[in-house]
Design a protein around this ligand. Structure first.
Ligand code: CMP
Length: 228
């Protein structure tokens, strides 16, 4: 058995409570797949027959609005999973998933995954906990989009990106490879110009630093307190 594969699975939160023997079983079920930056892994509205676990790399979960504009719902990195929704409810894929960098994924077929959930209740419980967390995040996004002004909506997107891909260090958060300002605008339901204006305002207030495609939030808790 490939030791590296087991180590990858050990670091997947939903498998945290499984023993070596059980991880080996899952490793045998999984099919490793490599994707290049920009490759589409899952297409919205298609039927879904597999769950994916990210071994390395990063993906974005996107939906298209009526005008064909892409809205990023979330960004996932190593150890995280996607594709569970259509496996669980049997409906079409709820969103598209695109690799935003070179990525390696472990694909588990629907039947095998459903069997795993029956066999290992700890996996099912962790999966539910993760889904609850994603729902909380979606609630926050809905509230932000319906109640906040442009500054609040842009701040909420920055906070969401911090939670998804930020590196936390001593109260600061660094977000490398920030999505384009147009992506942030689509996520915040505003224009690119407004995003640029709001980010510059946060810089002037000393709340963030901008450096190319990197943002640093100087005091994550304070920024969150002001905008959530
Ligand atoms: P599925 O519908 O099978 O395929 C698309 C996947 O994107 C979906 O499963 C989830 O894993 C993921 N997804 C859809 N909506 C969201 C969201 N709002 N936040 C995080 N992930 C999501």
């Amino acid at each position: 058995m490939d030791k590296e594969e087991i180590n990858v699975l050990r670091n997947v939160p939903i498998f945290a409570e499984l023993e070596e023997r059980e991880l080996e079983k899952i490793a045998k079920l999984g099919v490793r797949q490599k994707y290049k930056k920009g490759n589409v892994v899952v297409i919205e509205q298609e039927s879904g027959a597999a769950l994916f676990i990210i071994v390395s790399g990063k993906v974005k979960i996107v939906r298209m609005d009526e005008d064909g504009r892409e809205v990023i719902l979330s960004i996932f990195g190593p150890g995280e999973f996607f594709g569970e929704m259509s496996l669980l409810d049997g409906m079409a894929r709820s969103a598209s998933v695109i690799a935003t960098e070179k990525s390696e994924l472990l694909m588990i077929h629907r039947r095998d995954f459903l069997e795993l959930l029956h066999e290992f209740p700890s996996v099912a419980i962790s999966l539910l906990a993760e889904l609850a967390m994603r729902l909380r995040k979606a609630d926050m996004q809905i509230k932000s989009l319906s109640l906040k002004d442009a500054a609040g909506r842009v701040a909420n997107v920055v906070l969401m990106l911090a939670d998804d891909i930020g590196i936390f260090r001593k109260g600061k958060v660094e977000i490398e490879d920030l999505p384009l300002q147009q992506d942030i605008a689509n996520m915040a339901g505003t224009s690119r110009e407004t995003v640029s204006r709001m980010l510059n305002m946060f810089v002037e207030k000393g709340q963030i630093q901008l450096d190319g495609s990197k943002i640093t939030i100087n005091d994550y808790d304070a920024f969150r307190k002001e905008h959530v």
